[in-house]
Design a protein around this ligand. Structure first.
Ligand code: 1GP
Length: 240
């Protein structure tokens, strides 16, 4: 499975991708079969696993449970180095480019490197950029960094470009889990125009309308977590 090549091909063919984000702290393993049935009946193309924290070290168990029942690619979206498991298919190797906290710019990556070297995970370098979603999010708290204001388009564009020029294969604009304001279509439009690597958008997307708006603006892959956790009937709107 070559996750990145598939994302690139999808972008080329203008096929839009949807990742369901499963947070190991929130998903009860007992519900995984029922949950995945809904995922499989929906337009979801990827499963992301991760959260800002995973206090009980549930990531590996969750990945194993998901893997048993899906053929969709399972991609780690880790809050930190403790959430790495070889049982997944790939990992977003994130650098928090919007922040100035060395821990999330390079320290965690150095700690992760020797662990990743021993795995067969597909490593996908990703520039992770927090955008103000009008709600203090877990990522902000944990990373002790501030998001970029949606008004500061220049900084968002320059940060995205700097990410691409430093070799990031994906740029991820993140309004934060449960954001009350999603990344605006104006920003998505401008960033997707200026970068040539695929663009991921996430944070606060709760309706098909918002999802389509993000796609029309230029998102290649949209990540949805909270909307499925709170109301699984949302999957009905995203039926194949
Ligand atoms: C958060 O981008 C993801 O890391 C998804 O956000 O939970 O708001 O869908 P939501």
């Amino acid at each position: 499975m070559n996750i990145y090549q598939n994302i690139l091909s999808a972008k080329k063919e203008s096929k839009k991708l949807v990742a369901v984000l499963i947070d190991p702290e929130k998903m009860d393993l007992k519900n995984i079969t029922r949950f995945l049935k809904k995922v499989h009946n929906s337009i979801a193309t990827h499963i992301f696993v991760g959260g800002s924290t995973d206090i009980n070290n549930e990531t590996e168990n969750l990945v194993l449970a998901v893997k048993k029942e899906t053929n969709l690619p399972i991609v780690l979206f880790p809050g930190d180095v403790s959430q790495i498991t070889n049982k997944a298919d790939g990992i977003l190797f994130l650098s928090l480019l919007s922040g100035r906290n060395p821990k999330y710019l390079i320290d965690q990556q150095i700690e992760a490197a020797p662990i990743l070297k021993k795995t067969s995970l597909e490593i996908i370098p990703t520039g992770y950029i927090l955008i103000d979603g009008k709600k203090e999010t877990a990522t902000q708290k944990v990373s002790n960094t501030k998001p970029i204001s949606q008004e500061n388009t220049t900084l968002i564009l320059d940060t995205s470009l700097a990410g691409e020029f430093s070799g990031k294969k994906l740029i991820y604009l993140e309004a934060g889990s449960g954001a009350t304001e999603v990344v605006s279509d104006i920003i998505i439009k401008q960033v997707s125009k200026i970068i040539s690597v695929p663009l991921i958008i996430g944070g606060g997307i709760r309706s098909k309308k918002q999802l389509e708006k993000a796609f029309t603006a230029g998102a290649d892959l949209v990540v949805i977590g909270t909307a499925f956790e709170n109301d699984e009937s949302f999957f009905m709107d995203l039926k194949k």
